[in-house]
Design a protein around this ligand. Structure first.
Ligand code: ADP
Length: 255
């Protein structure tokens, strides 16, 4: 039996189709009005790709928009889904996780059994999360998907001092006006976000193994900057944006 894990996030809707604990299909779509419709369209696309019928498919919803999804018989909070999805995917190795989503950052500690033992979240602010990069991407006319590779080409990133996304925006414009190349600016943005996330981790004793997930974990430049800032190795699983959707599916009582 297929279980559909549906993560209605602030920035992206993620679907994970799972059967017998195995991820069969996944896809994300931008969050927009009509979230239930978008999620159901993803589900129909996934079932069609797998050549499977919709009857009997169970839905497990999570994420900030989970209450918008009618017809789902099972709902789970995103922290529990994140812990379960990551712990299982890491083969039980994960003890700390940093989730960098579109509009927030969460630092979570796990017990040896995968339960959440500590949790901290940034104040609702774009400065330390995916939204910050999206704003920068627009100004720099460069997709966020290219940020990691571009930042890897510079040894000395520009210094971005502003901790606020709004002020950082004008700082980026000033640097561009001074002729600073965008690779250096992007490198500086990674360092700035990494400093902010490290601040959120301060006082928390991160325990190995530490994993990074959420959509922004796909940015290799942010991963490098965060490893430098925290002075430790971080792990990123192959599908970091789908950990929460997968965890929701795995948590379904009939999974
Ligand atoms: P949420 O659950 O809050 O909706 P996600 O965990 O889905 O957030 O992450 C969304 C963020 O991931 C967006 O800000 C987006 O820019 C970022 N993102 C997605 N894919 C990539 C990528 N390949 N490189 C860099 N950032 C990415």
């Amino acid at each position: 039996m297929i279980v559909a894990g549906i993560d209605l996030g602030s920035t992206a809707i993620k679907l994970a189709l799972v059967e017998d604990g195995v991820l069969l299909w996944h896809k994300a779509a931008p969050t927009a009005p009509g979230q239930e419709k978008i999620a159901n369209a993803l589900l129909a696309e996934g079932l069609s790709a797998l050549g499977r019928a919709g009857e009997g498919v169970k839905k497990a919803v999570t994420g900030y928009g989970k209450n918008l999804m009618g017809g789902a018989e099972f709902a789970i909070d995103e922290l529990s889904a994140n812990c379960l999805g990551l712990f299982r995917q890491s083969g039980g190795q994960a003890r700390s996780l940093i989730n960098i989503g579109g509009q927030d950052v969460k630092v979570i500690q796990l017990t040896a059994q995968g339960a959440m033992s500590d949790f901290r979240m940034n104040d609702k602010c774009a400065a330390g999360c995916g939204r910050f990069f999206e704003v920068a991407a627009r100004i720099l006319d460069t997709p966020v998907e290219d940020f990691g590779a571009l930042a890897a080409t510079v040894a000395e990133p520009a210094r971005i001092n502003s901790t606020c996304a709004v002020f950082a925006e004008s700082e980026i414009v000033s640097l561009m006006a001074e002729g600073v190349v965008k690779e250096k600016i992007i490198g500086g943005l990674h360092e700035s976000v990494a400093r902010r996330i490290a601040g959120l981790c301060a006082g928390r004793r991160l325990r190995d193994d530490v994993y990074l997930d959420g959509g922004s974990a796909r940015n290799s430049g942010l991963l490098r900057a965060l490893e430098d800032e925290l002075c430790r190795d971080l792990h990123v699983l192959p599908l970091p944006q789908f950990t929460v959707a997968l965890g929701a599916a795995l948590a379904h009582p009939e999974a």
